[in-house]
Write a protein that binds this ligand. Sequence first.
Ligand SMILES: [Zn+2]
Length: 98
Amino acid sequence: MNPSLAPTRSCAGCNVKAPKHSLIRIVRTKSGDLGLDLDHKKFGRGAYICDIKCFQIASRKNRFDYKLRGQVSREDLNSIEQILESNLQIIHSTVSGD
Ligand SMILES: [Zn+2]
């Protein structure tokens, strides 16, 4: 498959465009909860990151407030960061196994 035909998204941290399935999606659901969307199937506002480093950049620059159309609490960001830290292996196998 021609990669240029794959839908791309910009990383919230480094702004690089990449095929959307190679990025990690963070989603804000209708109930307002923030979570990781490893299957890219959840409904809601999404933001994309390459990895935990880009998450930390985006978090520090409050990019998620903009990308997710509303203020994101520090507690939510901290809990996402902890999930990313403890699940990097799983996330990478999920992303590359797609
Ligand atoms: Zn990035």
